[in-house]
Design a binder for this molecule. Structure first.
Ligand SMILES: Nc1ncnc2c1ncn2[C@@H]1O[C@H](COP(=O)(O)OP(=O)(O)OP(=O)(O)O)[C@@H](O)[C@H]1O
Ligand SMILES: [Mg+2]
Length: 358
C-alpha cells in the first residue's frame, strides 16, 4: 500500500505537487492520470525517494522508501526505461541490481524470460528498441518480487501484443494482492486495465475514486433516437417535456439529454411513431478525463485549426470509441479479455525465488 499525506514538491517557483493526499490499496490496479506536467512522475519519484518532498510524507507499506532495508523487494518500479548503461547487457544490468538487494541470481533469468527478452539478454542494451527497453524496465521492477509495483507510462513504445501483455500482467499482479500504481495517457488502455483512479491536475488531486464512479460523475449521458418520422418524434418528445436536438453523430438521429430510453420510447409509442434506434450513449473515460481536467491542462498544442476542447464533443462526428452505447456492452470499458493472450509467459503466481519473500 502506498500512502501520501500532504505531499508537496516545489522546484523553485514551480509547485509540481501541491499537498496531495491519496492512498493506493493492494489487490487492484490504480491508474494515475493527469495532463502533461500535472505532477505524476514527480509524485512517483518521491515515492521512490528519488525526489525529496518539500513537505509532507509518502510511505510504502508504512515506511518511507529510504527506510526500507531491501527496497527492490518491497517496491519495484519502471520510471525511465532508458536509465541504464547502454554498454551493459540486460542480464548484467539485472544482475547488479539483484546483487544490491541480495536477490538470488536465478531470479534474473526468471524475469528475463517473463518479459520475453531471453534471446537478447546477453546483448548490449544500447541496441534495444523502445519496446525492448520497456520490457527490460519491467523485468527490473519484477526482480525482487515486490508487493508494490509502479509503472510510469509502461505501454509507451510497446506494440499491440506488448500492450495486451502489460494489461494482463498488471491485472494478474493485482489479483495476487499486490499494489499496482500505473500512469498512462492512453485512456482506452486505462479503461481496460484500472479499477481505481487517482487523477491529478496542476499538482492537485482532482479525483480519487473507482473507474465507474469517475466516468458517471464526469460525463453526460444522452439518449440517441432515430425514427423515419423525425418531426413527429420531436413533437411527441416535446409534448412530454423532452427536448430533442439533431445528433450529428447519429446520421439523422435525435439526441435527448436528461431522459432515459424508457421515457423516450414510451413517448414515441404513445404517439404511434416508429423507431429505428433507441440507445443510451455514455461517455468514455477519455471524455470524462477531458471534462475533469480541462481547467488543468497547462500545455496546449498550437496546431492551426485545432483546439483543446473545454468539454467533450457533443455534436461532432465521434472518434472511434469516443462515445459508447450502453447495453450492447460498453466498448473501452468492459474488458474483452483474452485469457493467457499470446504474449510472453505470465508472471509466476507463487514465490519467485527471493530469500524470505514479502
Ligand atoms: N527536476 C525538475 N526541475 C524543475 N522542474 C521540474 C523538475 N521535474 C519536474 N518539474 C516540473 O514539475 C511539473 C510536473 O512534472 P512531472 O514530470 O511530474 O509531470 P507529469 O505529470 O509526469 O507529466 P507528463 O505526463 O508529461 O509525464 C512540470 O511543470 C515540470 O516541468
Ligand atoms: Mg511524467
Amino acid at each position: 500500500m502506498i500512502v501520501a499525506h500532504g505531499l508537496t514538491k516545489r522546484f523553485g517557483e514551480k509547485t509540481a505537487v501541491d499537498g496531495v493526499d491519496f492512498s493506493v490499496p493492494g489487490g487492484t490496479v490504480t491508474g494515475f492520470l493527469g495532463p502533461n506536467g500535472a505532477g505524476k512522475s514527480t509524485t512517483m519519484r518521491m515515492i521512490l525517494g528519488l525526489d525529496r518532498p518539500t513537505a509532507g510524507v509518502v510511505t510504502v507499506n508504512g515506511r518511507r522508501y529510504d527506510h526500507l532495508a531491501a527496497p527492490l523487494r518491497e517496491v519495484g518500479a519502471l520510471l525511465d526505461a532508458k536509465a541504464m548503461h547502454g554498454g551493459r547487457s540486460a542480464y548484467n544490468h539485472l544482475l547488479w541490481m539483484a546483487a544490491s538487494n541480495r536477490i538470488p541470481k536465478r531470479r534474473v533469468s526468471e524475469v528475463i524470460e517473463m518479459v520475453g527478452l531471453s534471446d537478447v539478454a546477453k546483448k548490449p542494451a544500447k541496441g534495444f528498441s523502445l519496446g525492448m527497453g520497456q520490457r527490460l524496465g519491467i523485468a527490473a521492477a519484477m526482480l525482487g518480487d515486490p508487493g508494490v509495483l509502479m509503472f510510469d507510462e509502461p505501454v509507451n513504445g510497446l506494440d499491440p501484443e506488448g500492450i495486451l501483455w502489460i494489461r494482463n500482467l498488471m491485472k494478474q499482479l493485482a489479483s495476487e494482492g499486490r499494489t499496482v500504481f500505473v500512469s498512462s495517457h492512453l485512456m482506452s488502455e486505462m479503461a481496460l486495465t484500472a479499477e481505481h483512479l487517482v487523477v491529478i491536475g496542476r499538482g492537485r488531486i482532482l479525483a480519487d475514486t473507482d473507474m465507474r464512479t469517475f466516468i458517471d460523475e464526469n460525463s453526460t449521458n444522452y439518449v440517441r433516437v432515430r425514427s423515419p418520422q423525425p418531426e413527429a418524434l420531436r413533437d411527441a418528445l416535446a409534448a412530454q417535456g423532452m427536448q430533442a436536438e439533431p445528433d450529428v453523430a447519429g446520421k439523422g438521429a435525435l439526441r435527448v439529454e436528461g431522459a432515459d430510453t424508457g421515457r423516450v420510447g414510451d413517448a414515441a409509442g404513445q404517439a404511434g411513431v416508429w423507431l429505428h434506434e433507441l440507445t443510451l450513449v455514455q461517455s468514455s473515460l477519455e471524455e470524462a478525463f477531458m471534462r475533469l481536467t480541462a481547467e488543468s491542462v497547462e500545455y496546449h498544442a498550437g496546431v492551426p485549426g485545432t483546439h483543446v476542447p473545454s468539454h467533450p464533443p457533443h455534436n461532432g462526428d465521434p472518434e472511434p470509441g469516443a462515445e459508447q452505447p450502453v447495453g450492447g456492452g460498453t466498448p473501452g470499458w468492459g474488458p474483452p479479455q483474452q485469457p493467457g493472450g499470446w504474449g510472453p509467459p505470465q508472471p509466476p503466481g507463487g514465490p519467485a525465488g527471493t530469500e524470505g519473500g514479502n
